[in-house]
Design a protein around this ligand. Structure first.
Ligand SMILES: Nc1nc2c(ncn2[C@@H]2O[C@H](COP(=O)(O)OP(=O)(O)OP(=O)(O)O)[C@@H](O)[C@H]2O)c(=O)[nH]1
Length: 342
């Protein structure tokens, strides 16, 4: 059984299963009681139950095809509300119909969830109260004691099911949020707020395979000397400055990551090697121009970069490896350089 990954998909699959459950149990009961009603010459009840049996089968077929099952769930719940009212009114077989409305009303709420379910349950309760205490001529002649028992038990059952649905939805929301927060934490570099390796790989995997891009690997030059001269906190400031520059110069769809230590990675979409090289040169220039002040001393920093083309997501690892070779050349050629496969 696959419930999907997002809260929406999980909720959709939950409803799909509930509809199938209704179809399996409902159609068994409906068909059995339809036959017994016909045999007992309760033709109206027999026809109504047969109608709901057919509806259950149609719902099963529609649910199989539908991507989003909420409209089917709402339609079924509306029909179940009508079935409850009919059973209350007619009394089913010798007044037992009212008791069947308990399970029908539970299904009605479970299928649509607590928000819309509250409306259906409220309508059911109002109908229940009005029909049983309204002294109407057309309703099955329940005794006073029966009416009170049915109203009280259906109200307490309705309240309980709504409360448990609200608790389920809210606790489930909290679990989803906690799991999303953990996923974010696992995919993000805490110092710079950029993607880390894990986050980058999952973003790459999520992309269409045909997405071509340019991969750029950037490494701060002589970063150890910044740490040694001014301390680790000063080094962190340099890392954050470069991270902010990378964020500033990249677009929403691009990937900006801290690849490790003083190494950064860009995956630039909708561009070519030439334009990407110009962009990295521009970032390089801006970074080199920046004056840091550590312990009343001015300090500059630079980076070297290597760029390679990635034809599709599957080539990511090999593109990083080629970009790394270009980066190595940039370092060997005196640093503060951008080298591509051009
Ligand atoms: N401040 C700080 N330093 C870090 C962090 N991660 C790695 N480093 C430091 O980055 C330095 C990397 O040094 P090297 O690999 O020798 O590279 P480099 O000094 O930049 O020299 P080249 O790359 O050859 O130009 C090491 O001193 C690490 O301790 C970090 O999160 N914060």
């Amino acid at each position: 059984m696959n419930f999907g990954n997002t809260p929406r998909q999980i909720e959709n699959e939950r409803k799909r299963i509930l509809i199938y459950t209704f179809v399996i149990f409902g159609s068994t009961f409906l068909s059995t009681f339809a036959v017994t009603s016909f045999l007992a010459e309760r033709y109206q009840l027999g026809f109504i139950l047969s109608f709901f049996f057919v509806i259950a089968l149609i719902a099963a077929k529609a649910t199989k095809k539908a991507r989003h099952v909420q409209p089917i769930a709402i339609s079924l719940s509306s029909l179940l509300l009508l079935l409850s009212i009919y059973l209350l009114l007619g009394g089913g077989a010798e007044g037992t119909g009212a008791y069947w409305t308990y399970s029908v009303s539970i299904f009605m709420v479970l299928m649509v969830g607590p928000h819309i379910g509250s409306i259906f349950m409220a309508l059911y309760m109002v109908a229940n109260f009005m029909l049983l205490f309204g002294n109407f001529e057309f309703i099955y002649p329940y005794t006073d004691v029966e009416s009170k028992r049915i109203v009280i038990s259906s109200f307490s059952l309705g309240g309980l099911i709504l409360m448990s649905e609200w608790v389920r939805v809210h606790s489930y929301g909290a679990i989803s949020k906690a799991s999303e927060d953990h996923r974010q934490l696992a995919n993000t570099d805490p110092l710079t707020g950029l993607q880390n390796r894990l986050g980058t790989k999952s973003l790459i995997e999520a992309k269409e395979t045909c997405n071509a891009a340019i991969v750029a690997l950037l490494d701060i030059d002589h970063f150890k000397t910044v740490n040694d001269a001014h301390g680790h906190d000063a080094g962190d400031i340099v890392l954050k400055k470069l991270a902010n520059l990378l964020k500033k110069h990249t677009k929403g769809g691009d990937i900006t990551a801290r690849w490790g230590g003083e190494e950064f990675l860009l995956v630039l979409y909708d561009t070519n090697l030439c334009s990407a090289e110009r962009l990295v040169q521009k970032i390089n220039h801006e970074f080199a121009q920046y004056r840091f002040t550590f312990n009343h001393q001015e300090q500059t920093a630079s980076f070297s970069a290597g760029l390679a083309t990635m034809e599709d997501s599957k080539q990511f690892e090999s593109a990083v490896s080629i970009a790394d070779k270009c980066l190595y050349k940039a370092k060997n050629n005196g640093r503060n350089k951008v080298v591509s496969t051009l």
